[in-house]
Design a protein around this ligand. Sequence first.
Ligand code: HEC
Length: 135
Amino acid sequence: MRNQTMLLALLFSINALAATPQELLKQYEGQAKQDNPAFSGFSAERGASFYKTERNHSNGQKVSCATCHTADPRHQGKTRANKVIEPMASIINPQRFTDAAKVEKWFGRNCKDVLERACNAQEKGDYIQYLVNVK
Ligand code: HEC
């Protein structure tokens, strides 16, 4: 009995970190509505263009999300140190966008890296909307 209770507690604590992409989108939707009362939903199309748009970084380089994640998100990407990054598209890599803490950690790092600012909720939602819908 005692062991069962502990097992349940463990399962619930693991579950608290896990999420589905739809749950994450719901969270970002709430934030996006707060940021902008005229928010009218996420767009895979906007997400695709956000993913591919090259920006002029203050270090003189051109950089986009596709720089590391590749222009086709069904393919493996590469870090600047040439380490493999597993594909971003959910259809190939269902683990994507299922861990809220991981997602927030990498949005934080990569948005700063590429945009030199944080991404807002609309951009995050569009990005996920795009990548969960790549066929
Ligand atoms: C300098 C290389 C690099 C660039 C540029 C880059 N990323 Fe990433 N990204 C990574 C690495 C490394 C990981 C973590 C390894 C992994 O998850 O496979 C990652 C993971 C992520 C994740 C975690 C997804 C998940 O659920 O597993 C998100 C979200 C993400 N990146 C968003 C972005 C966005 C948005 C951009 C463009 C604004 C971007 N990345 C540009 C290297 C990069």
